[in-house]
Write a protein of this length. Structure first.
Length: 148
């Protein structure tokens, strides 16, 4: 069971999140990163350098954050904005500290950034994912710099 039940985490005193919609080239989990590939969204790869979007949960079909969007469906990619919080998917075995710099792994999940990785998010909470399943972790966007 997910620790959170939404991907766009606020603050909710501001405008609704900005989104892009596209066809999913493959099944894609909410809370993971996607990038454009032609007119479709594909899973972001290791330390993605293209513009990254975070996949929204499929609330239109009343699906939870634990349910993948099927391949061929039109999915919702959240624009990453500096003043918003997001809950992103972190693989099991990753120990995130508050302030940890995060990048993407080969499956679009978020992992600790290493030297020369593009940093996409900074963790807003500490969470040691020893649960045995991927979990959502609260993050805030950064301006996409390379970790030195």
């Amino acid at each position: 069971m997910a620790r959170y039940n939404v991907i766009a985490a606020g603050p909710f005193t501001q405008n609704p999140p900005q989104v892009q919609e596209a066809i999913a080239a493959a099944a894609i989990m909410p809370g993971t990163a996607v990038v454009w590939s032609g007119a479709a969204f594909v899973q972001a790869g290791l330390s993605a350098i293209a513009k990254v979007f975070v996949v929204q949960d499929n609330y239109l079909a009343m699906k939870d954050v634990d349910v993948a969007w099927p391949a061929g469906d039109r999915i919702i990619g959240l624009e990453i904005l500096d003043d918003k919080f997001y809950n992103v998917l972190v693989p099991t075995g990753v120990n995130v500290l508050k302030g940890s710099e995060l990048t993407t792994n080969a499956t679009g999940r978020f992992i600790l950034a290493l030297t020369t990785n593009k940093v996409i998010f900074q963790a807003e909470e500490a969470y040691n994912n020893t649960s045995g399943v991927d979990q959502l972790v609260r993050v805030r966007a950064v301006n996409g710099y390379l970790k030195a």
